[in-house]
Ligand binder design. Structure first.
Ligand code: NAD
Length: 314
C-alpha cells in the first residue's frame, strides 16, 4: 500500500491502481531511463532538465516536461531527483526557487543522486523542517540497470518515508535496501564504491604482475576465480579481454562505469573519512591513482581501463 499525505489527510491507495503525480528532476543518463520506467508503469511524470535534448528524449517516451523544477513540483505527490553532485542537490532543494518551498506539504522526496553524506543529511533536515518526507536513495547498477529497472537502491531515512518510497523504487529497481537513517544510503554507496575502486586496482595489478612473470592471464583467471583472490572486479567485470565476455575490456573499455565517476565516489569516500576520522589509506591511494588516470587519457574510459595506467607506470 502506498500512503500519500495531501492537505493533512492520508489517502490510501493500492500500488499500481492509482496514478501518482511524480516530478522528476534530472533526466540524464540515469534519470532519463528511470523516469521512463515510472511513465511505463502508468504514473503521471513531469520531468525537468536544463538540457533540451534530455527533455525531448523524455517527451519521446511519453513523459511531460515542465519549464522549471518549481512548476513541476507544485502539484506533485512524489519528487525524484537524479542530479550530478551535492551542489546541484542543495541548490535545487534549498536554493533560490528551491523545490522544498514550493511542493505541497507532505510530499515525498527521493534523492537518488550520489552526493556527500553531510549534504544529504543537511537537505533531509531541511525537508523535515518543511514538513516533507525524504529519503536518500543512491543507486548501483549503472545505465543498464536504470534502463532495465534493475537498480539496487541504498536507502536512508525514517521508516515511514522508506515505506512510502518503496513502491516507486520497486518500479525502478530490483533490490531496495533500507540502510538506516538520513544519509545512510549515501554512506553505504560510498563504502561500497571505495571497496570496488580498491578491488579493481588490486585485480589489475595481479594481471599486470602475471604478464611480467609470463603467466597466461587466462590461467590466472581460472585459478583466482576459484581461489581466495576471487572478487566481483575479477569474475563479473574482468579488466582484461577474454575471461568475462560481457566486461567493458572486451569493448575497448567503453563505459560501463566511467573512470571519472569512480573518482567522484572515491573523493566522496575520502571526504567522509576525513570528517568522520576513519583511516582509509587504500581508499586514498585508489583516489590518487584514479585522479592520475583521469588526467592522463582515462576521462572517457571505463574504470577498469586503469590497467593501462598500471602497465605504463611499471
Ligand atoms: P548526467 O550528467 O547524465 O545527468 C544529470 C542531469 O541533471 C543532466 O541531464 C543535467 O542537465 C541535469 N541537471 C543538472 N542540474 C540541474 C538542475 N538544476 N535542474 C534540472 N536538471 C539539472 O548524470 P548521470 O549519469 O545521470 O548521474 C546522475 C547521478 O547518478 C550522479 O550523482 C551519479 O554519480 C549517479 N550515478 C551514476 C551512474 C552511472 O553509471 N551513470 C551510476 C550510479 C550512480
Amino acid at each position: 500500500m502506498f500512503k500519500i499525505q495531501m492537505d493533512d489527510d492520508f489517502q490510501e491507495v493500492a500500488m499500481g491502481e492509482t496514478v501518482l503525480r511524480v516530478a522528476f528532476v534530472g533526466l540524464g543518463n540515469m534519470g532519463g531511463p528511470m523516469a521512463a520506467n515510472l511513465v511505463k508503469a502508468g504514473h503521471e511524470v513531469v520531468g525537468v532538465d536544463l538540457s533540451e535534448e534530455a527533455r525531448a528524449a523524455f517527451q519521446a517516451v511519453g513523459g511531460q516536461v515542465a519549464t522549471s523544477a518549481v512548476e513541476a513540483v507544485r502539484e506533485a505527490q512524489a519528487v525524484v531527483t537524479m542530479l550530478p553532485a551535492g551542489k546541484h542537490v542543495r541548490s535545487v532543494y534549498t536554493g533560490e526557487g528551491g523545490i522544498l518551498a514550493h511542493a505541497p506539504k507532505g510530499t515525498l522526496f527521493i534523492d537518488s543522486s550520489t552526493i556527500d553524506v553531510d549534504c544529504s543529511r543537511e537537505v533531509a533536515k531541511a525537508a523535515s523542517d518543511a514538513g516533507m518526507d525524504m529519503v536518500d536513495a543512491p543507486v548501483s547498477g549503472g545505465i543498464v540497470g536504470a534502463a532495465n529497472g534493475t537498480l539496487t537502491f541504498m536507502v536512508g531515512g525514517p521508516e515511514g518515508a522508506f515505506e512510502r518510497a518503496k513502491s516507486l523504487l520497486d518500479i525502478m529497481g530490483a533490490s531496495i535496501v533500507h540502510a538506516g537513517e538520513a544519509g545512510a544510503g549515501q554512506a553505504a554507496k560510498i563504502c561500497n564504491n571505495m571497496l570496488l575502486g580498491i578491488s579493481m586496482i588490486g585485480t589489475c595489478e595481479a594481471f599486470v604482475l602475471a604478464e611480467k612473470l609470463g603467466l597466461d592471464p587466462q590461467k590466472l583467471y581460472d585459478i583466482s576465480s576459484k581461489s581466495s583472490g576471487q572478487c566481483w572486479s575479477l569474475t563479473s567485470y574482468c579488466p582484461i579481454p577474454g575471461p568475462v565476455p560481457t566486461s567493458p575490456a572486451n569493448n575497448d573499455y567503453t563505459p560501463g562505469f566511467a573512470a571519472p565517476m569512480m573518482l567522484k565516489d572515491l573523493l566522496l569516500a575520502e571526504e567522509a573519512a576525513d570528517s568522520s576520522g576513519a583511516n582509509t589509506p587504500m581508499g586514498e591511494k585508489a583516489a590518487r591513482l584514479y585522479e592520475e588516470y583521469c588526467n592522463n587519457g582515462g576521462e572517457n574510459v571505463d574504470f577498469s581501463g586503469i590497467i593501462h595506467l598500471l602497465r605504463k607506470s611499471g
